[in-house]
Design a binder for this molecule. Structure first.
Ligand code: UFG
Length: 329
């Protein structure tokens, strides 16, 4: 059993890792400023410290008070659209908080660090599925900020021996299969919760962003990966760090169009998704699908909820049981 620090552990993806760690008996400390996170997403028995990562002095005290074996770093600004309205904020905040955290870890002798990175590093890929060696050319400031963090961690490895893993998530979706936690963003910009909310009548009808992409049905194709499978990838890379730092793309390896996602929600929910067809959203690549072969080969990871219907089924269960999410806004 280990002792871990999870930043952003009250947020969507982070809270699913916290459950996975707590379920197997690890000790977890969550640091979250609760701007996007939810107190109720953190299980009883897990210490939640409400803190902005910019508060380096408190961070150093936390490291001094606990002997962490590793840090999982989820807390970040993560909205692509917002990053294109305020690029410097994204670069400054994500870079300084992430590398400030890594610095605090190194100074405390905590030499294992797992970063939530993103498929947005790849911009418009030259080919899909996208392997780790593909060109890194972000088309938005969010992706650029994560790329800068990845580069900083590489220097910390070279100079200090920090073992790091960069997990480049594709489209995180779904909810805890036991229904304990799920997705609750404000504002919500992601396709799966918006489509389900439209079907449930708890949100406005959906707008499909673009129907003239060079894809079979004209809508964008994405690789949706279940949030529980993402959590599992974190547990596995922790072991892999014994052999050195790693970078992995994490996706199911299958692409689904926006129309296919709408059809899946209608199939699972048994009711229509009210929607209209609109123009493209700026900065959206036509197709993003991961090759996760390296992750599979080196850690034994395989998606347990790889089918789109599994993702939609767990998300539907969460949103229909909790139409107001955690209800704390
Ligand atoms: N979409 C719609 N209508 C909506 C919302 C989304 O048609 O109201 C479409 C988008 O255009 C896109 C697809 O649904 O084609 C998925 O969009 P999301 O906003 O759910 O996800 P993105 O692919 O834009 O972004 C996600 C993460 C980012 C990450 C990126 C990497 O949210 O943090 O994947 O691929 F950078």
């Amino acid at each position: 059993m280990g002792n871990f620090l999870v930043t952003g552990g009250a947020g969507y993806v982070g809270s699913h890792l916290v459950r996975a760690l707590a379920d197997r008996g690890d000790t977890v400390v969550v640091v979250d400023d609760l701007r996007q996170g939810h107190r109720a997403a953190v299980p009883a028995g897990v210490e939640l410290i409400q803190l902005d990562l910019a508060d380096r002095r408190s961070l150093a005290e936390i490291f001094a008070g606990w002997k962490f074996e590793a840090v999982f770093h989820f807390a970040a600004l993560s909205l692509v659209g917002e990053s294109m309205r305020d690029p410097l904020r994204y670069c400054i905040e994500n870079l300084s908080n992430s590398l400030g955290l890594a610095d605090a870890a190194v100074k405390a002798g905590v030499m294992r660090f797992v970063l939530s990175s993103t498929a947005a590093l790849f911009g418009d890929p030259e080919a899909v599925p996208i392997p780790e060696e593909a060109k890194l050319a972000p088309t938005n400031a969010y992706g650029e900020s994560k790329l800068m963090v990845e580069k900083g961690l590489a220097w910390a490895d070279r100079v200090h021996g920090l073992r790091f893993a960069c997990l480049r998530y594709f489209n995180a979706a779904g909810a805890d299969p036991q229904g304990r936690i799920g997705e609750d963003h404000e504002p919500e910009t992601h396709l799966v919760p918006l489509a389900i909310g439209a079907a449930l009548g708890t949100r406005q009808p959906l707008t499909v962003f673009g129907t003239d992409y060079p894809t079979p049905d004209g809508t964008c194709i994405r690789d949706y990966v279940h949030v529980t499978d993402l959590a599992d990838a974190h547990l596995r890379v922790l072991e892999r760090l014994e052999q050195g730092s790693v970078r992995y793309n994490v996706g199911s390896g299958t692409g689904y169009s926006v129309k296919q996602v709408i059809e899946a929600v209608e199939r699972i929910g048994g009711r229509p998704v009210p929607h209209s067809l609109g123009p493209r959203r700026a900065g959206d690549p036509a197709v993003l699908v991961a090759s996760s072969e390296r992750l599979k080969a080196e850690t034994g990871w395989a998606p347990r909820f790889g089918a789109l219907d599994d993702i939609v089924r767990t998300a539907w269960a969460w949103h229909s049981a909790r139409p107001q999410g955690y209800g704390d806004r």
